[in-house]
Ligand binder design. Sequence first.
Ligand code: AMP
Ligand code: MG
Length: 416
Amino acid sequence: MAFSVREASERILAAVSPLPAVTVSLRDALGLVLAEDVVSPIEHPPWDNSSMDGYAVRAADVESASKEVPVSLPVLETVRAGQRPTRPIERGTAIRVMTGAPVPEGADTVIRVEDTDGGETRVTIRDARDAGRNVRPRGEDLRPGTIAVPAGSMIGPAQFGVLASVGASTVKVHRRPRVAVLASGDELVDLDRFDEVRRGDRIVTSNSYTIAANVLAAGGEAVDLGIVRDDPASYAERMAGTRGCDLLITSGGVSVGAFDFTKDVLKSLGAELHLWRVLMRPGAPLGFGTLNGMPWLGLPGNPVSAMVTFELFARPVIRRLRGEANPFRKTFEVKLRDNVSIAAPLTHFMRVVVEWENGTAWARLTGPQGSGLLTSMSRANALLVVPPDRTAIRAGETAHVLPIGEGALSAERLEL
Ligand code: AMP
Ligand code: MG
């Protein structure tokens, strides 16, 4: 029985849960997902500090300062970042402070150095615009007991920095998924046999490359199990390589050809087949099952079909295994440059380039849409989604795209 794209997606995701948490050093946690809240044990910043290089004073003492009638105050001392003031501010005095340095008790203001003569023992203040400003209060960013980074957050650069700030030298994260990648087909070789490709006898297993790269891009670790021949025994011996893996992704051999053995072999090894065939193009002969608890995704062999089904089904599985709360990419609306029509009532995914014009996203087809044309995938930055009931979309009409990678959101120059 064939499923709609949405049903297939729901069934697949329902069968997958986040991997167990492990404790790793913070430096190894970048890109992984936190499995528990990290609570701050400290107050940050730990002291009221200056946001300017300047002079800590009492606002009341400088409010009248102007160019015409400046205010002159004795400077009690200079405090650098990393030092502490040795005394409080008294009425009618100033303490010279650098950015980040603690602001002495009694001061509610830091006058920026640009509004003064920069004096070291006495300072002349010519502007009152900073009165009551430039003091960053202690604990402004974090207080003891507040959640610094919540469970479920992906540790990107900002989270990495916050975790370091609160002393989380080790963190609990969901393990990075290990994903076995297996290609199948008698016609395939790897690059060490490219001379056979040059002779016209074989083709390169490009799926091994696109799938491994996509696994990495989705935040998993790829384990390349190489190529199996179109014969059941060849598969069976290679399956040992999946030990310790969290997901198996095969490509090819999952359609209705006389030598498409992937499903049968997996079944004979004890796999439970949960679904086969999705009402989509490209990518219809998709298989999904579990083998001894390990999910298996059988992607079709055609290079574009393998990439499109990876995007729709494998990427969310990997992200779910990683513990990501939002495993899917968002689609967004575009206007079409081309007329598009589909022949069969299936959800179609067409390779497009999305370009922005005055805030509107426009999509144009990359060219012919054959499922073997991998170069057209390499030019695309999104997949146009044509629902099964929308047989024709005319140029200028709207539709949705699923971005692939960051390309659709990159620009040649800063657009501010
Ligand atoms: P299959 O799904 O095995 O029937 O293969 C469908 C098409 O995809 C055939 O033209 C295969 O040659 C091609 N194909 C299968 N596996 C790969 C692969 N790993 N790399 C590139 N092309 C492949
Ligand atoms: Mg094949």
